[in-house]
Design a protein around this ligand. Structure first.
Ligand SMILES: *Cc1c(COP(=O)(O)O)cnc(C)c1O
Length: 392
C-alpha cells in the first residue's frame, strides 16, 4: 500500500471529491492562495515562468515546444488551441468517443472550421487503421484531434498508435489530455504531436482557474491571424508572455500560486510515475471492492484508465440520487454517468486520495446499498442479463 499521507478534508469541505476535477487538493495547495499577488510584479512573473517551464518538462517538451497558459477552464484552452492552430481554410478530423470529442465538434461549429468526425459512440476506441484510411481518402484534412482519456466513459484511448498514423500521413495532431496529463506519461521526444492541452485542476492537483497548451514552437510561429477571437488567440497570448513575462489581461493569480505549490508536491511524489502509481492503486483498490459488491464496469480491464471508472447502475430500488446522497453523507462525492443508452455512474481515482480512502469508500458504498434496500452483492443491471447486449 502507498504510504502517501492524505490530509483530512478541511472543516467546510463536503467530502473527498471522487470526480474528474476539480478534485481534492492538499491543505498546502489551499494555503498557497493566501497571498495576494500583483499581476505586474516581478515575483509573480517568475512564478508564471517557472510553471511554464515545469509543464514543458513534464512532457519532455522543453526543446521544441512552448507552453501557453490561458485563463479559464479546460474547454477555453481546447477552443483556443483549435482556433489558433487550425487555419480558417483547414479541416479537422475529430476522433470521438464521448462528450469531450463531441464538444470539439461543437467548438468547430462555433468557430466555423470545417471538420469530419469518426464517431465511435459512447465508449469504443478509434481504430488507428480506420484513421489512416480516412486521412488517405481526404487530403483536405489538415489536423486530427484525439482525447487522451475520454473522461465521459473513462476509456484510455490508443494515443500512441493514433499519433503514429497521423504523423505517417503528414497531418498535425492535437491531443486533449485534460484529464490525464501529470499522471499519464507523455514524451514529446517520441510521441509525435503538435499540441497537447490540459488544465490546473485535474491530475496536477491544483485548483480551477486556468488551462494550458503545449504547442510545437515552429507550428505556433505560423499561427498569427488564425484565431477569430482576441481573448482566445494563443499566438497573441504567447507573444505577449514571451515579450513581457506577463499574462495578457488579468491572470488568475491565486490559482497560479496554487499550481506552483501543487507542482512541487507532484515532484515530491515522484513526478508522473509516482502520481500514476498512486492513481492506479486507487483504481485497483476501488475496483476490487466494487466488484466484490457486485458492481460491473462499462469497460473491459484493458481499456480502464487510472483516472475515472464507469459503473452500471444496478436495477431498482437502486436510485442514483439517493445513492449519491448516502455517499455524500459518508464523506464521498461521486459523479453521474454520461452514457446515452444505459444508466451509469462514475468514480474518480484522482486528487488527494489514496488506498485508505478508497477502502473507506467501498465500505460507504456497501452501507449505502443496504440503506437503499439492495441485497449484496447487488443484482446485475437488466441489460446485462439479456443475451443480446451481453455479447456486444
Ligand atoms: C475536464 C475535461 C475537459 C475540460 O472541461 P472543463 O470543464 O472546461 O474544465 C476537456 N476534456 C476532457 C477530456 C476533460 O476531462
Amino acid at each position: 500500500m502507498s504510504d502517501h499521507s492524505i490530509s483530512a478534508p478541511s472543516p467546510r469541505q463536503t467530502g473527498y471529491l471522487l470526480t474528474p476535477g476539480p478534485i481534492t487538493t492538499t491543505l498546502s495547495v489551499k494555503q498557497a492562495m493566501l497571498t495576494d499577488w500583483g499581476s505586474w510584479d516581478n515575483d509573480f512573473n517568475l512564478l508564471t515562468a517557472s510553471i511554464r517551464q515545469q509543464l514543458l518538462a513534464l512532457a519532455h517538451a522543453e526543446a521544441e515546444f512552448s507552453c501557453v497558459l490561458l485563463q479559464g477552464s479546460g474547454t477555453y484552452a481546447v477552443e483556443a488551441t483549435l482556433a489558433t492552430l487550425v487555419p480558417r481554410s483547414g479541416k479537422l478530423l475529430i476522433l470521438m468517443n464521448g462528450a469531450y470529442g463531441q464538444r470539439m465538434a461543437k467548438i468547430c461549429d462555433y468557430l466555423g472550421r470545417d471538420y469530419v468526425s469518426l464517431d465511435m459512440g459512447d465508449y469504443l476506441p478509434p481504430e488507428p487503421a480506420e484513421v489512416a484510411r480516412l486521412l488517405a481518402a481526404d487530403p483536405a484534412i489538415s489536423h486530427v484531434a484525439v482525447v487522451h482519456c475520454e473522461t465521459s466513459s473513462g476509456i484510455l484511448n490508443p494515443v500512441e498508435a493514433i499519433a503514429k498514423v497521423v504523423k505517417t500521413a503528414g497531418r498535425s495532431l492535437i491531443i486533449d489530455s485534460m484529464s490525464g496529463f501529470g499522471a499519464l506519461p507523455v514524451d514529446a521526444r517520441s510521441l509525435p504531436f503538435d499540441a497537447l492541452i490540459s488544465s490546473a485542476n485535474k491530475c496536477l492537483e491544483g485548483v480551477p482557474g486556468f488551462a494550458f497548451s503545449l504547442i510545437r514552437t515552429g507550428v505556433l510561429q505560423q499561427c498569427a491571424g488564425n484565431a477569430h477571437s482576441l481573448s482566445l488567440d494563443l499566438f497573441d497570448q504567447w507573444q505577449y508572455m514571451e515579450r513581457t513575462g506577463q499574462w495578457r489581461y488579468t491572470p488568475p493569480t491565486h490559482t497560479v500560486a496554487a499550481l506552483a505549490q501543487a507542482l512541487q508536491e507532484h515532484t515530491a511524489e515522484g513526478g508522473v510515475a509516482g502520481r500514476l502509481a498512486r492513481y492506479r492503486q486507487n483504481r485497483d483498490v476501488m475496483l476490487a471492492g466494487m466488484r466484490q459488491l457486485g458492481f460491473r464496469t462499462l469497460l473491459e480491464d484493458d481499456w480502464l484508465s487510472p483516472i475515472i471508472v464507469t459503473f452500471f447502475c444496478p436495477p431498482p430500488p437502486f436510485d442514483f440520487k439517493a445513492f449519491y446522497a448516502a455517499l455524500k453523507q459518508r464523506g464521498f462525492i461521486i459523479y453521474p454517468g454520461k452514457l446515452t443508452a444505459v444508466d451509469s455512474f462514475r468514480i474518480g481515482c484522482i486528487g488527494q486520495v489514496a488506498a485508505a480512502q478508497m477502502q473507506q469508500l467501498v465500505s460507504a458504498v456497501a452501507e449505502a446499498c443496504q440503506e437503499l434496500g439492495l441485497s449484496l452483492p447487488v443484482p446485475l443491471p437488466a441489460h446485462l442479463t439479456s443475451s443480446t447486449v451481453a455479447q456486444a
